[in-house]
Design a protein around this ligand. Structure first.
Ligand SMILES: Cc1ncc(COP(=O)(O)O)c(C=O)c1O
Length: 489
């Protein structure tokens, strides 16, 4: 073993700037190991310079209160790992070149933007106090009865009890008849999309996407290695003929037919049939994202596209993120019979099966009627919020904004006249400190319209009104500054 020299005290720092308690220290480790970690941290963070002498082991033992043996062991390890060098007779020195893996740890923290909850944020929900009370009681009861069903690996599709409750809900609420065996629980719509894409598509396969559309779904599609083909949307929904012309042999189409995101149009029956015809001819599948149909304010609920197709070519995706709350992370898809085994295998390969702890409580919510009662109460609140927001924006903007009132959903679109520069909306949004989205940000290739996508669910009406007044005021100001008069869009 190499002899550890004792440094002459004069050139070394009298006291080393050691941190023996920071996050780099392993609590409970030996004194030698902790000292080694503190020395490494000191060297790596540049508190001592390459080539600088380290104090003799005796001095460092005195400074730290550790035994000299511990100091010698720490120095030995430091030398062995290349952080220090020893010269017999001269002492121990910080290495002239610090090992690359240690010298260059990226101290910059990754920036992960926290989800926003401010004015017009999308994806907020109101949790009715009675629903929370019911949910707590159901969770409590299920936890007290905690049994073997949670102790083993389970069905990749999730609990049959919850799948059966969802099948009942889909039949009564969406006119979609399916067997619980066709349902797979997921941790939300995007998760369902990912599982299904990985089961039915090959890398580089084309997927039609609505333009404008839901940016998160588009991202999932490209993250899965598939190619998003941007198909424009008009007042009847996805322009199927354009999809056929651009990518006739795409393998799938992702659509929001009941309430197009973000424009809010409902896909007309001729378009639905046209889309299903294409899917049949092309041997493609339609991915129906039915994200907000439980929140219908006017008229009877529409049958899901999957209901029209009898789950032959359509894969239906639903979520409890809006009907209950996003943190639950429970969504589901209903699958054509022919896809059950492939999608189940893909799920097993991805993350095996869904967490079991909350499934029972969600089934209790559905089966007890607490889910439907909650929907009825929050639907009323959201309708009031929608009306207050639309009315305030229209009035306070003096005609600068046109605000079609959506007949369902949790957001609305407020638009400037199409001739207005897109920057007007960006300036107004920034000046008003509004969240929500710029309508232009939901476009890919189609000519974007100037305006906003504004969430109204889960926001208190007085705050919504105040924020709408501010946004309308800033819209008028930005419009004036752009040299365009505020006229009805
Ligand atoms: C169009 C659309 N689909 C689906 C969802 C729900 O996604 P998830 O269930 O993954 O939370 C949202 C949420 O905002 C949405 O806007």
């Amino acid at each position: 073993m190499r002899k550890i020299p004792t440094n002459s005290p004069s050139p070394a720092k009298a006291e080393l700037p050691l941190d023996l308690t920071g996050p780099h220290i392993t609590t409970g480790a030996s004194a030698a190991h902790r000292l080694y970690q503190a020395l490494c941290e000191m060297i790596v963070s540049g508190l001592v310079k390459p080539g600088e002498p380290l104090p003799p082991s005796r001095s460092l033992a005195k400074q730290t209160g550790f035994r000299r043996n511990a100091v010698v062991t720490a120095y030995e390890r430091l030398i062995a790992d290349g952080f220090a060098e020893a010269t017999v007779g001269s002492g121990t020195f910080v290495a002239a070149r610090i090992p690359a893996r240690a010298a260059g740890p990226n101290k910059q923290k990754a920036v992960v933007e926290a989800p926003r909850q401010g004015a017009f944020s999308l994806g907020c929900t109101h949790i009715d106090a009675r629903a929370v009370q019911h949910f707590r009681a159901f969770v409590g009861r299920r936890m007290r009865a905690f049994g073997s069903e949670h102790l083993h690996y389970g069905d990749p599709r999730g609990s049959r009890e919850l799948r059966a409750a969802i099948a009942d809900h889909l039949l009564s609420a969406r006119g979609l008849r399916c067997d619980p065996d066709q349902i797979m629980l997921t941790s939300g719509t995007l998760h369902a999309l990912r599982i299904v894409l990985s089961a039915i598509l090959k890398p580089n396969d084309q997927v039609w996407c609505e333009d404008p559309g839901y940016p998160a779904a588009r991202k999932t599609i490209t993250h899965c290695g598939n190619r998003a083909v941007h198909v424009p949307v008009d007042e009847q929904g996805l322009r199927v003929a354009r999809g056929r012309a651009t990518a006739p042999s795409a393998r799938a189409a992702y659509v929001t037919p009941s309430h197009q995101f973000p424009l809010g149009v409902q896909m007309s029956m001729p378009r639905r049939l046209e889309l299903l015809d294409w899917a049949k001819q092309a041997g493609a599948f339609v991915l129906e994202d039915d994200y907000d149909s439980e929140f219908r304010y006017d008229g009877a609920p529409l049958k899901a596209l999957a209901g029209i197709d009898h789950l032959q070519r359509v894969i239906y995706m639903g979520t409890f993120a809006k009907t209950l709350f996003p943190g639950l992370r429970i969504g589901y898809c209903a699958l054509p019979e022919r896809l059950i085994s492939d999608v189940t295998a893909a799920r097993a390969a991805l993350d095996r099966f869904p967490g079991t702890l909350m499934e029972g409580a969600v089934a209790d919510m559905l089966n007890s009627g607490a889910f439907a009662a909650n929907l009825k109460r929050v639907r009323k609140l959201y309708r009031e919020a929608r009306d207050a927001l639309a009315e305030t924006l229209e009035t306070a903007s003096g005609g600068a904004l046109s605000v079609p009132v959506p007949s369902q959903g949790l957001h609305l679109v407020a638009r400037f006249d199409p001739s207005i520069d897109l920057s007007v909306a960006a300036v107004a949004k920034q000046a008003a400190g509004a969240e929500g989205w710029l309508l232009a940000d939901t476009y890919s290739r189609a000519q974007p319209l100037p305006g906003f996508v504004l969430g109204f669910s889960g926001h208190a009406v007085p705050q919504l009104v105040a924020s709408a007044e501010r946004l309308a005021r800033e819209s008028r100001t930005a419009l004036r500054a752009s040299g365009k008069p505020a006229r009805r869009a």
